[in-house]
Design a protein around this ligand. Structure first.
Ligand SMILES: NC(=O)c1ccc[n+]([C@@H]2O[C@H](COP(=O)([O-])OP(=O)(O)OC[C@H]3O[C@@H](n4cnc5c(N)ncnc54)[C@H](OP(=O)(O)O)[C@@H]3O)[C@@H](O)[C@H]2O)c1
Length: 311
């Protein structure tokens, strides 16, 4: 583990980036946040003490000078910005996903190589794997063709550009494949939706027998993994960051109802639909993260309690 670093961080105004910026500052690193709107970032408490530099990743490839200035002097690039479409099913968002998450990442990683930034830590998605009921390790096939494809394809493409830069020796790089993140400060998403409804005395409706599943990982665990990846210079390549197990929609609803003191009658379970083969995302095998990042995970009930308490 190395000493304090000069870190250029994208996505610092986001759900994960905000918490990561504060955690890096608390550990004595200097953080330069590359943000679209510095005036807005200036007002964010979590970014106090961070230097702010304007950078829009959409079209960044054509802005060589801006990129060079944004990355000048940085020792590590942490890339946590992404365009996450408001509607994952609408193909109209595919272009912007590619421009920001694929081409924006390409511009950034190539710019980092040119600027002499020695190392990059990149946030990708643990949902890029081909669906599997069992935990998938970093060597499992990727093929996100079932859902969130416009977004996930662009994440996978960005990840390939980073990995290619690493393999040709432009810089050292580590890609974190992060599963579905929940935690204090989240806006939108099924955990927030269910928690809001149940806390407000309403019922929640769970579709398709509640079979949809995803690997839910607590924000704090993801931030700890990212800090560790930034500080451990020897860590390279792909690393899964998840909880290591799948949670179904029904389990999530029941657990939240229990935490909020609501009974089984607060959950309306619609019958399982016939012929449904896409049941969500694969749980991640997290042995590599445990081994090389000293990664630990928080139990779902504990994490959901903390999330509910922070609302
Ligand atoms: N949340 C999850 O469950 C999850 C799971 C797996 C992987 N990830 C990955 O983790 C990273 C952080 O996700 P998050 O949940 O924190 O997302 P988020 O809350 O939506 O934040 C996205 C961040 O990206 C920035 N951004 C968007 N478009 C940009 C552009 N054109 N140029 C520069 N910055 C831009 C946003 O800036 P503005 O504030 O200006 O919009 C914001 O800071 C992303 O790479 C995401 O793909 C997230």
């Amino acid at each position: 583990v190395s000493g304090p670093k000069r870190i250029a961080l994208t996505g610092a105004t986001g759900f994960i980036g905000r918490r990561l910026a504060a955690a890096l500052r608390a550990r004595g690193h200097s953080v330069r946040a590359l943000v679209r709107d510095p005036a807005r970032a200036e007002r964010m408490e979590a970014l106090a003490g961070c230097a702010l530099v304007a950078l829009d990743l959409e079209g960044a490839g054509a802005e060589g000078d801006t990129l060079a200035r944004a990355l000048d002097g940085a020792e590590v690039l942490c890339h946590a910005a992404a365009y996450i479409p408001p509607d994952q099913r609408d193909p109209a968002h595919a272009g912007r996903c590619l421009r920001v998450n694929a081409l924006g990442t390409l511009a950034l990683i190539e710019g980092a190589g040119r600027a002499g930034v020695g190392r990059a830590v990149h946030f990708s998605s643990g949902n890029v794997y081909a669906p599997s009921p069992d935990p998938v390790d970093e060597g499992a096939p990727t093929y996100p063709a079932a859902r969130a494809t416009y977004y996930l394809a662009s994440k996978l493409c960005g990840e390939l550009y980073v990995e290619h830069a690493r393999r040709r020796g432009a810089l050292r790089a580590c890609t974190l494949r992060v599963s579905s993140v929940y935690g204090p400060g989240m806006v939108g998403g099924v955990v927030s939706l269910f928690a809001d409804r149940l806390a407000g005395g309403a019922r929640v409706r769970v579709s398709d027998g509640g079979r949809y599943r995803t690997d839910l990982v607590l924000l704090d665990d993801v931030v700890s993994a990212a800090v560790s990846a930034i500080e451990r210079e020897a860590v390279e390549g792909i690393v899964n960051v998840g909880s290591g197990r799948a949670t179904t929609l029904l389990e999530l609803a029941r657990t939240l109802a229990d935490i909020l003191g609501r009974g089984e009658d607060a959950i309306e379970v619609e019958p399982a639909r016939e012929g449904v083969t896409d049941l969500g995302f694969s749980p991640l095998e997290i042995t590599r993260a445990r081994d090389i990042l000293d990664y630990t995970t928080t139990d779902l009930v504990e994490g959901l309690r903390a999330t509910v308490a922070a609302r």
